[in-house]
Design a protein around this ligand. Sequence first.
Ligand code: 7PM
Length: 283
Amino acid sequence: MPIEPISTESNQKELAHLNNVQVMGILNVTPDSFSDGGRFSTFDAALKQVELMIEDGVDIVDIGGESTRPGAIEVSEKDEIARVIPLLKIIKSRFDIPVSIDTSKAGVMSEAILHGADMINDVRALQNEGCLDVVAQSHISVCLMHMQGMPRTMQASPHYKDIIDDILSFFQHRIESCETKGIKRECLIVDPGFGFGKTLQHNYQMLADFAQFKKLNLPLLAGISRKSMLGDLLNRDVKQRLSGSLTAAIVAVQQGASIVRVHDVAESVDALKVLKAVAQYKS
Ligand code: 7PM
């Protein structure tokens, strides 16, 4: 039995993939915590959370204005800018960490780009007015996420002819629109959007067949952390979904995900280390 890591062609490829995997940490900035007028304490809490995530080995921090979340009430562009941009500025001034801005609004995107954002994470895949143009004017990375329907109603009756084929063809169209506008292919990341207009069955089909999205030849992002597809399967509330979240993240990475969007950074980094160690010893 070998005691040294083995080097073969197939495990070199797998190792190269695993060494490339990035952990995206979700930064909670809920409107609730802003409505108490406690702007400073919210800021403080957010900055502490960023500091912790960095200690835990995060690769990129995702700042989400609540507006993109399923079931969420629409927020105005002005309010979203006021919520997200000051936080982006302070994070970029205090820490040396890539920041992603979770938004679907062109005005928020342009402000974010102006203030040093490293990635735009758009659950609407740049389909809103002006978004393609704003992103085309920079060289920023952008995550195109698939969603069927709109956040408030998308879980009512999701339907697909073939979930994987339908999402692949959505991405082909969006990638084409991006390239036509002058967004470089090297800037694109795709994400099938777990929980966004998908039944429990759809979500597990997507996870089982996640490797199919490699056909697009773009980095893949998976966001499954603490989602209903875990809660509904396990019958656990949101705080008790860590084991499920880690299992799902690892399954996604094993099938080609390059970025995992997670709440629990330290645990996810550990899980990935175990995966890498195993890959080193594979013959
Ligand atoms: C309530 C329900 C609150 C769902 C928040 C959510 C993704 C994302 C979100 C994702 C990308 C969450 C979601 N999910 N962006 N933003 N991919 N790219 O669980 O899966 O954080 S919001």
